[in-house]
Design a protein around this ligand. Structure first.
Ligand code: NAD
Length: 380
């Protein structure tokens, strides 16, 4: 079978779903690979680099759709791309089926099988295919780099001949995959790092990465009643305590990285306008929850704003795309691992085993039917 990668058409999207390395691995699984001309250019992979490992370069998306049995891309298809899918063809990309019901119906009508990388179950066995984690890890790292770019001082404390420099103080709110990556990056740059999460079980992870866990004095410690590892909305009393603690910290924190999310809900507002007002001039906030409305009251999605009191608030929503080479390498690997599971005989032929929890969980259309949402996981 042939696997074809498309050039992303969403403005500003620099990633690509196949790299020369992943194509080489896919060859070992028995597939041949094709790519649309220029698809890897913005991520640093030239057409020549693909051609050098035997990937055929096609001039247009139409040509890739016509030739490939499996089409891979990063963003979910635009309607014009979905129109090019045909009966029995497989598409692998991010898809966000809950937010894209019309698109889901469109790909079903085309008779295509769609594997949504955002629906890969977050279980140990599927970690190698977990593109959400790969991208969150990059976002957390890049958030700190971006903050450093706008912060006029060192992260680490220094004693120099010209004077003593205090270390920067960084607060990370939300210690999931992105938050832990941000903590690791900030501590490795020498900042004093604090972190907060409503899930008490992450305290150990936070501390093992060199940050201090921000404890609240609350009867039941943190109360983020975890469900399947995710956070639940906090009670009003807990939220009040949390905001009071942040208000206390605001004047001394130089950089805030917010990553707090609750599945299926808008981002909780945790860094309020008065906290921004209380921060020192030159402080920086990076709001990784901007796409879901932001954790900070003053975040503008996709923008960088500077407040009257000199605080920079970054609401970019494209951090992985800003590190397109790294993001493409990891994303292409996630797809390659998924295809490894789809190719049990390593003969370049997909076996779409709907009894496999991971394949079933990520498949949102198959054989003319919408297969989203998947059935609940089997209880052992
Ligand atoms: P996420 O992006 O959904 O949320 C980010 C963090 O925000 C979470 O840690 C959450 O607890 C926190 N949060 C929510 N409300 C908050 C509030 N009011 N104040 C402070 N923090 C708040 O999280 P994620 O990175 O997708 O990870 C969620 C869970 O999934 C974790 O338990 C993680 O270990 C697990 N996970 C498992 C796998 C796997 O096994 N393959 C892979 C990735 C993640």
């Amino acid at each position: 079978m042939k696997i074809g990668a498309l050039r992303e058409i969403s403005p500003g999207e620099n990633r690509v779903a196949m790299t020369p390395d992943s194509a080489t691995q896919l060859n070992r699984l028995g597939y041949t690979c094709v790519i649309q001309a220029g698809a890897g250019m913005a991520a640093g992979f030239s057409d020549a680099a693909y051609a050098a490992v035997g990937v055929e370069v096609f001039p247009s998306a139409e040509a890739v759709f016509a030739a490939a049995d499996v089409v891979v891309k990063v963003r979910g298809p635009e309607s014009t791309e979905a129109e090019m899918l045909r009966q029995g063809q497989t598409l692998i990309s991010f898809f966000w089926p809950a937010q894209n019901s019309d698109l889901l119906e469109q790909v079903r009508e085309r008779g295509a099988t769609v594997i949504a990388m955002d629906m890969v179950p977050r279980i140990s066995r599927a970690q190698k295919m977990d593109a959400l984690s790969s991208m969150a890890n990059i976002a957390g790292y890049r958030a700190v780099i971006e903050a450093g770019n706008h912060f006029g001082r060192f992260f680490t404390g220094q004693v120099t001949a010209a004077g003593k420099v205090p270390p920067a103080k960084v607060l990370v709110i939300g210690a999931g995959v992105a938050g832990l990556a941000a903590i690791g990056t900030a501590t490795s740059l020498g900042a004093i790092t604090y972190a907060f999460d409503v899930r008490p079980e992450v305290a150990e992870q936070i501390e093992s990465m060199g940050a201090q866990f921000v404890f609240l004095e609350f009867e039941q410690t943190q109360d983020g009643a975890a469900t399947g590892g995710y956070a639940a909305p906090s009670s009003p009393e807990f939220r009040d305590k949390q905001l009071a603690k942040f208000r206390e910290l605001a004047p001394e924190i130089d950089i805030v990285i917010t990553t707090a999310l609750i599945p299926g809900r808008p981002a909780p507002k945790l860094w309020t306008a008065d906290m921004v007002q209380a921060m020192k001039p030159g402080s920086v906030i990076v709001d990784l929850a901007a796409e879901r409305g932001g954790n900070c009251d003053l975040t503008v999605p996709d923008e960088k704003v500077v407040t009257e009191n000199g605080v920079t608030i970054i609401g970019y929503t494209d951090f992985p795309s800003r590190m397109a080479a790294q993001a493409s390498t990891l994303y292409a690997n996630n797809i390659r691992h998924f295809l490894t599971d789809l190719t049990p005989n390593k003969d370049g032929v997909i076996v779409h085993n709907m009894d496999d929890d991971v394949i079933r969980g990520a498949t949102v259309t198959h054989q003319g039917a919408i297969t989203y949402p998947p059935p609940p996981p089997k209880v052992p």
